[in-house]
Design a protein around this ligand. Structure first.
Ligand code: CAO
Length: 417
């Protein structure tokens, strides 16, 4: 048995290259031409094949190392040295530049990964560095692709065909498809195109509805005193050119409740294993516009006064209805509120605005007889509907949250405690 070092061959370039892939491990039986490592420069990547056959004893470099010609890749134990003249056996030099590509697949395809997330090489497949690099970036498991190149080598067109197929594949659904219906057969009809906003928000709402197991908790807050205070201040703010609406109070009280129940001010990570608790209070507010529903985000609600919130709410809802919002103005919420109080209704079930875990629905406040100290008294009651993600929030937490929120709305001095 002979032990020999397998080195990085003459690459014909100055400087060092990054090791981006190690395709063998100690104990592997390799033959001449087995790909050992992939090296990458800023513009290209190249594969270094074995120049001898044998069993890999030790690997002397790792992903992230920088290497030059002559550096040792591994030691090999062979029965007899089958060295190939270096002029004949150099690395496969870059023929294709590496293209930075991003592509969103409809359903992520799990790569075969080891603990350090490198793709486990499978002796059954072979592909060029470019193809492997693209596959790594797109998290595609190359073992699932049949190569059409020589000896089954996976070529760029094979990868493209696989991606195309994945994108065209219908999402697995247990829902029976709706049969086509000729509505005109039953009477006159008119076909109206959906606005861009409605199509976009419709797709998001559908996704959120399917992803989140919703529960909605209903409650009623006594806002008689809050409303009396609001009306007493209204003429002052109207002189300044804006209305002090009850929504500003509801936002402030909601933040008080979120501070008491931090798991409501959170997001579930995509794997469903961690809760991301947010230390900021950015509230998304659903705004009804002629083109459809949009949800601008009012940031740092905890740090703003009621008057500042009322002003900002008026400005952003006006912008949403007249000029339109930028994507940045609709991102980053930690909780959302949808108020139909100005329109009517007694309760509804809002859809959680992912990635939030809960949304508060507000309906129209009405005077109701409430039994207090032995008699019925008229009180202004505000209906609340809290929808939450049951993967994160238990029913008891949901009920505690709305109960505390009602306490805060009944007497905002509770916020100071
Ligand atoms: N109970 C009783 N009256 C209410 C109320 C409530 N809960 N909420 C608002 N009102 C009153 C206001 O006081 C105002 O009356 P005045 O002019 O006499 O003060 C009137 O209704 C109109 O209020 P508004 O709706 O214009 O203002 P707002 O600050 O309460 O709400 C906004 C702002 C942007 C949230 C609202 O205009 C809006 O677009 N709501 C629709 C949101 C939506 O479509 N949600 C559904 C999403 S599906 O999940």
């Amino acid at each position: 048995m002979v032990e020999q070092d397998i080195k990085v061959p003459e690459l014909g370039i100055n400087g060092k290259l990054d090791v981006i892939e190690v395709m063998v491990k100690p104990g592997d039986q390799i033959t001449i031409d087995t790909p050992l490592i992939t090296l990458e420069s800023e513009k290209a990547s190249m594969e270094v094949p074995a120049s001898a056959a044998g069993i890999v004893k030790t690997i002397l470099l790792k992903i992230g190392d920088q290497v030059a010609s002559g550096d040792i890749i591994l030691t090999l134990v062979s029965e007899a040295i089958e060295a190939v003249p270096s002029a004949e056996k150099t690395a496969i030099l870059p023929t294709e530049p590496v293209i930075a590509t991003t592509l969103e697949l409809p359903t992520p395809i799990s790569p075969t990964v080891s603990n350090d997330s490198t793709i486990i090489p499978d002796q059954g497949w072979q592909a060029s560095p470019l193809v492997r690099r693209l596959a790594r970036e797109l998290e595609i498991d190359l073992t699932k692709i049949d190569g059409t190149g020589p000896k089954g080598r996976i070529q760029k067109q094979d990868l493209h065909a696989y991606i195309k197929m994945a994108m065209q594949k219908p999402t697995t659904s247990l829902l029976a498809p709706l049969p086509p219906i000729d509505h005109a057969a039953f009477g006159a009809i008119e076909i109206q195109p959906l606005t861009k906003i409605r199509r976009f928000s419709g797709a998001n709402l559908h996704r959120n509805w399917l992803h989140v197991p919703h529960v909605t908790q209903f409650d009623e807050a006594d806002i008689t005193d809050l409303e009396a205070f609001r009306r007493s201040k209204q003429s002052e703010t109207e002189k300044l050119g804006y209305r002090l609406t009850s929504l500003a109070f509801i936002m402030k009280a909601t933040v008080g409740a979120l501070q008491r129940f931090p798991e409501m001010n959170a997001s579930l990570d995509p794997q469903g294993e961690h809760l991301i608790l947010k230390k900021y209070y950015h509230i998304g507010v659903a705004v009804d516009t002629p083109n459809g529903l949009v949800v601008p985000v009012i940031r740092n609600v905890d740090q703003k006064s009621l008057l500042e919130l009322a002003q900002e709410l008026a400005a952003i809802s006006d912008k949403a209805r007249t000029k339109g919002l930028t994507p940045a103005e609709m991102q980053g919420s930690s909780f959302s509120i949808s108020s139909l109080g100005g329109i009517g209704g007694t309760a509804f079930t809002p859809i959680v605005n992912l990635p939030d875990v809960a949304i508060l629905g507000v309906s129209r406040a009405t005077l109701k007889p409430v039994y207090q100290n032995g008699e019925f008294v008229p009180r202004l009651m505000l209906p609340l509907s809290l929808s939450y993600d049951h993967r994160v929030i238990d029913g008891a937490q949901g009920a505690r949250f709305t109960t505390y929120l009602c306490q805060l709305l009944a007497d905002l001095r509770n916020l100071l405690l």
